[in-house]
Ligand binder design. Structure first.
Ligand SMILES: [Fe+2]
Length: 448
């Protein structure tokens, strides 16, 4: 079955969000209001953290080991059971189904040793194209509010919101994300590192507040993540304990490196921070590198089913900010390996033809032509790239995926954003791209 992907990097959302949203303030009730100056974007009201110690908080979803499986993760201050009540809305089914999971205890390493219990319940194989509502908690200690989520339709083309570096205090993009998520614009979120600035502050209360702040989005859409440098404290323990990334293709089991299939794409999340926080051990750098090589090998043999290989990590391998820091020295570590020698990423990405790399960290929006070894591999509709290592960096972007058939009737997969067009040879048509296409930077891959 042909599968196609069109993926646009959304300067539009980024620009609109930063231009229109200006005010974040804490009011005496403890509620956080994020106000938009745009009449199109409503006020966002932060829901306070429940104080009972028993009530679920920080509720969020992630993909399980396949696209129709969902993991519900939440925390409680006290030790409670881990249960989810699930009801199918579409197709309708009045019968509630009860799922059981488990919890792990997480103790912050600050002076208070603040303790919470992180609950995880897997909802496996829910089927394609369903609309569900759920609540989490337990029959013994009480339930959360009801939340709704959808499973993708068979053969779907994913629509993803991608960003990094949000922060607890000045999350200016959140109202727009909320609005877009409510409108059903996305199938999932990709948050590419740096979450609360910083989660461990206030003995972990900042992390709790951040997770509560994103709950209206994350409780209804899979919130897929990478670790960033701002999660470095206590060996990234807040990140490792708060999120639940898939384990179906292996990885470290702590959400630091993992991968999952989504529609026509194989998406890989890695820790770029292993290259910089080596005091936590060089062995994890080797573990990630060995796993990544095996994962890319497997994914490259599965192009017929998943034509796109996309990697995401926090610090960019290429960027252009003139800060004398991560776009020069740091990027060298990423491309050529730790101390310009060990476990270089770029040869791996080039060898296996990784199509798109998503980075964050720089607090700028930037996208690049396909580039390897500091050279741009030209890509245009007339002269497509032949060494596909398309790299893109962004602090906030939107990825939109659609199906494409060329005027000649050839099915192919497409990446698109707002700049000139690129394509692979097999996807070239005898006729030039349409005016709509020519407004976009597009990279395409032929379907088998
Ligand atoms: Fe960062």
């Amino acid at each position: 079955m042909p599968i196609s992907i069109k993926l646009g990097i959304a300067g539009r959302l980024f620009t609109a969000a930063l231009a229109c949203l200006t005010l974040a303030a804490t009011v005496p009730t403890g509620r956080l209001f994020i106000q938009s100056t745009s009449p199109e974007v409503p006020l966002y009201v932060y829901t306070p953290i429940p104080e009972s110690g028993l009530e679920p908080r920080n509720i969020h979803l992630s993909f399980g080991d396949n696209e129709t499986s969902v993991v519900v993760t939440w925390s409680t201050r006290n030790d409670t059971q881990s249960q989810v009540q699930l009801m199918s809305v579409q197709p309708p089914n009045a019968t509630e189904k009860l799922y059981n999971g488990s919890s792990t205890i997480f103790v912050d390493s600050g002076t208070k040793k603040a303790t919470q219990y992180v609950h995880r319940v897997t909802l496996p194989d829910l089927g394609w194209g369903g609309l569900f509502k759920y609540r989490c908690g337990s029959q013994a200690t009480g339930w959360s509010d009801w939340f709704e989520f959808r499973t993708p339709k068979r053969g779907f083309s994913p629509r993803l919101a991608m960003f990094g570096d949000m922060g607890m205090v000045n999350a200016q993009s959140l109202p727009r994300l909320m609005q877009d998520a409510s409108a059903g614009m996305y199938d999932a979120i990709l948050h590419v590192g740096d979450f609360a600035y910083d989660m461990q502050e206030q003995d972990g209360a900042t992390g709790d507040q951040f997770m509560q702040m994103i709950q209206p989005i994350a409780a209804r859409l899979p919130y897929m993540t990478c670790v960033g440098n701002h999660e470095f404290m206590y060996n990234f323990s807040h990140y490792k304990n708060r999120f639940t990334m898939p384990k179906g293709f292996g990885g470290d089991g702590e959400s630091m490196f993992y991968s999952f299939d989504l529609g026509p794409a194989h998406i890989i999340g890695i820790s770029t921070e292993f290259y910089f926080f080596v005091e936590y051990g060089v062995d994890q750098l080797k573990s990630q590198y060995d796993w990544l090589q095996a994962d890319l090998e497997r994914a490259s043999k599965n192009r017929a089913a998943r034509p796109w290989i996309i990697i995401m990590g926090h610090r960019p391998m290429y960027c252009s900010n003139d800060d004398g820091d991560d776009c020069t020295f740091g990027a060298l570590f990423m491309r050529e390996g730790f101390l310009a020698r060990w476990y270089p990423l770029e040869p791996l990405l080039q060898k296996y033809g990784v199509d798109l790399a998503l980075w964050a960290h720089e607090h700028t929006y930037e996208r690049m032509w396909p580039v390897t070894r500091l050279e741009v591999r030209n890509g245009s509709w007339a002269e497509p790239y032949s060494e596909p290592a398309a790299l893109c960096t962004s602090s906030l972007g939107r990825l939109v995926v659609e199906s494409v058939t060329t005027p000649s009737g050839r099915r192919c997969t497409i990446l698109r954003s707002a700049a000139p067009t690129m394509a692979t040879p097999g996807c070239r048509s005898s006729t030039p791209p349409t005016s709509a296409w020519s407004r976009s930077a597009t990279i395409s891959r032929v379907e088998s």
